[in-house]
Design a protein around this ligand. Structure first.
Ligand SMILES: Cc1ncc(COP(=O)(O)O)c(C=O)c1O
Length: 393
């Protein structure tokens, strides 16, 4: 690589910003006050992420996918920022209702739901629902006068870490039949949606899906198309760098320019907003030499907030809170439970660790606490909310 290529290489990838000495001192103090395992929710990062995505997708209404991290402080902050909300269950509906969030700023995006869940959302005042099959459409017949439907179409992508188009989404070839059925039943469809998969490594799938959606809208020109929802998938850097959001969204913006003017564009970001907003602090609670490796047992693992390693296929950047000089040895990081699957990293080079040393895991906001269990009666990590980590305490 010559210097120009090297510059381009670094300019086109994003890493988590390094923690400053100031951040580290603030985190150390939080660990001393609250103990570990501790999740630190940094609201300044929520602001940054929301604003970065809004700037990269001007004119696109952002519905935060509550499933990524359903924390009241995060939702309240997004509400203040003017964000909207993507809800999928009655529990999520109740959470936004309790926070006083307006139902007009919410959509219900779960393609499969019970009648009781539909009624719960309607009772709250949310009237926009996603469907992707005939049986689901029929569930809305009793609420024909009130609801406005969005049809989710499936576009498979090889580039997403988490595929969301196998389980959900109407095949493009079946869209005609589904729309004809909706029409026959006297229901109103006003939008199309898709989700190309979470942690998408390239914007190509979004672009293809936008182009196909524009074509589908043109084919069904008797529908009163008002919304195109381009889903989530916006990536964040875990152990592997990703395209900066501005670069990722550039081709998406270009594709969106061809959407008819009357159609409002929506997106449903979850990971991009939540992941960088939470850091986990974990302590070494045991150490043992087993064969040629040092094993370190931490006070949270894959049954806890690091459950995202299993369910979400994420590998979080993890290191010592206070970096230490000295020889690094091949080591293993394990969680606290009695199960042998509870291993965080089998092959990590670390300086010798002592019991009580604190480690820091980054990018821990999305699909982490959301899937944590209390196996072995280890409670889920406590969450502490800070306004801005860099100005703590
Ligand atoms: C319907 C729906 N919308 C949005 C999201 C959020 O996606 P992401 O976290 O990739 O932004 C998901 C994730 O599972 C989803 O299922």
């Amino acid at each position: 690589m010559d210097a120009k290529e090297l510059n381009h290489h670094f300019a086109s990838h994003a890493h988590p910003a390094p923690l400053s000495d100031y951040d580290r001192a603030a985190l150390k103090q939080l660990a001393e006050i609250h103990g570990t395992p501790l999740l630190v929710l940094n609201l300044a990062a929520v602001d940054r992420q929301y604003r970065a995505l809004a700037a990269a997708l001007p004119g696109v209404k952002l519905f935060y996918a509550v499933k990524a991290l359903a924390h009241p402080a995060l939702l309240a902050r997004l509400n203040q920022l003017g964000g909207c909300f993507d809800l999928a269950t009655a529990g999520e509906v109740n959470m936004v209702r309790d926070l006083g969030i307006a139902a007009e700023r919410c959509i219900h995006t779960h393609p499969i739901k019970k009648d009781s869940e539909i009624r719960e959302a309607l009772d709250f005042g949310c009237t926009r629902f996603v469907v992707d099959n005939l049986a689901e459409v029929d569930k809305f017949l009793p609420y024909r006068q009130t609801v406005e439907l969005i049809v989710r179409v499936s576009y498979r992508s090889q580039d997403a870490v988490v595929d969301l188009s196998r389980k959900f989404g109407c095949a493009l070839e079946e869209l005609d039949a589904l729309l004809a059925h909706v029409d026959k039943q006297g229901l109103t469809v006003k939008g199309l949606s898709f989700h190309v998969g979470s942690q998408s490594t390239s914007p190509a799938a979004h672009v293809r899906a936008i182009e196909a959606s524009i074509e589908a809208m043109a084919r069904f020109d008797k529908m009163d198309w008002q919304w195109l929802d381009i889903g989530g998938g916006f990536p964040v850097p875990y152990q592997t760098p990703v395209m900066p959001i501005e670069d990722f969204c550039a081709p998406i913006r270009q594709a969106l320019a061809a959407v008819p003017e009357a159609v409002e564009i929506w997106a449903e970001p979850g990971r991009f907003i939540a992941a960088p907003a939470m850091i986990e602090l974990l302590s070494v609670m045991g150490r043992a030499r087993r064969g040629t490796r040092m094993w370190y047992y931490l006070d949270d693992g894959v049954y806890g907030a690091l459950s995202g390693q299993i369910f979400d296929h994420a590998l979080y950047p993890i290191g010592l809170l206070t970096p230490r000089e000295g020889a690094r040895l091949p080591s293993v990081l394990a969680g606290p439970t009695c199960d042998s699957i509870d291993v965080i990293d089998e092959d990590i080079d670390l300086p010798p660790l002592e019991i009580g040393d604190v480690l820091v895991a980054r990018m821990m906001g999305a699909y982490t606490l959301a899937s944590a269990t209390e196996f072995n009666f280890y409670p889920k990590p406590q969450v502490v909310v800070v306004e801005d980590l860099s100005s703590q305490p």
